[in-house]
Design a protein around this ligand. Structure first.
Ligand code: MN
Ligand code: MN
Length: 286
């Protein structure tokens, strides 16, 4: 039966290894709004799946998962970031792995920052169609189009992105000048995802914050997105990244689903990827 919380999030906060929270905010989204509805739609879809994950030999019923519900948000992004940052800090300082359900991509910042405070050598891996390397967008420095720039400049230069196929000339010049690790969707197609992951792991060996902007995936598989971009990755590529990196991941988010734009498949896939992440991480810790 669908419930108000993510399926199998049966643990209280104290004992939880994984703390799920929703952030229903999409105020800076520019094309299709609606990602504020994604946390609850993913929760509802999470009841579709078996508790047992055969890939990892893990039953999520046996894993201590807590769903903290949705965090309070404000009308504007800057107040919202302030409001959620104390929660992010608490989850991380209490030794939990936060799993943030967006909402838009700008919401990643306080969670990545909280992880960096605790894990000094934090690396950041993002799956995205878009560079998100703008300094500002439509006058807003905390727009979802700027998240990777903030992470790279303010949080960690142990940064890599996978699935990129959209950016401005300035963004492409910026990552070129800085020699930032950007793997395009075409790179994944030609190299294979395992080779891309291997290359990233040679450069990022410590703890990782993993951020999944769902538009990394091809809109054929995931059409309900804020800013869909053709020629993307497959769900299996994303699952492989999750599977390979999960043992190192100390913070996770999945953002940018706008559920109104399909008949439920994109949120279903999002819920599945979250469940695969938890199972892969729990397997590594068992
Ligand atoms: Mn993004
Ligand atoms: Mn994107």
């Amino acid at each position: 039966m669908p419930g108000p919380f993510f399926a199998d999030a049966n643990s209280g906060y104290e004992n939880a290894q994984y703390v799920i929270c929703g952030v229903p905010f999409d105020g800076t989204s520019c094309f299709r709004k609606g990602s504020r509805f994604a946390p609850d739609v993913m929760r509802a879809n999470s009841y579709n799946f078996e508790t047992y994950n055969h890939l990892y030999g893990i039953d999520l019923d046996d894993v201590n998962i807590h769903d903290a519900g949705d965090l309070d948000v404000a009308q504007d992004i800057n107040s919202t970031l302030d409001m959620i940052s104390s929660h992010a800090g608490k989850f991380v300082n209490d030794g939990k792995i936060p799993i943030m359900l967006g909402g838009e991509h700008s919401l990643t910042l306080p969670f990545a920052r909280a992880c960096k405070k605790k894990y000094k050598d934090l690396g950041f891996v993002v799956l995205d169609a878009h560079m998100d390397m703008r300094q500002e967008y439509e006058g807003e420095i905390n727009s979802h189009a700027c998240i990777s720039r903030h992470v790279y400049e303010d949080i960690t230069q142990k940064y890599a992105s996978i699935g990129i196929r959209s950016g401005t000339r300035e963004e492409y010049e910026y990552v070129g000048e800085k020699h930032i690790k950007v793997f395009s969707a075409d790179d994944v197609f030609s190299m294979g995802i395992e080779k891309v992951i291997g290359d990233i792991r040679e450069n990022i060996r410590g703890p990782i914050y993993l951020s999944i902007d769902m538009d990394a995936i091809d809109p054929a598989y995931a059409p309900a997105l804020g800013t869909p971009e053709p020629y993307g990755l497959t769900p299996r590529d994303i699952r492989t990244v999750i599977s390979c990196l999960a043992p190192k991941v100390v913070g996770f988010d999945l953002v940018e689903i706008a559920p109104a734009y399909d008949s439920g498949g994109t949120a279903l896939l999002g819920a599945r990827l979250i469940r695969d992440f938890i199972a892969a991480s729990a397997r590594a810790k068992s």
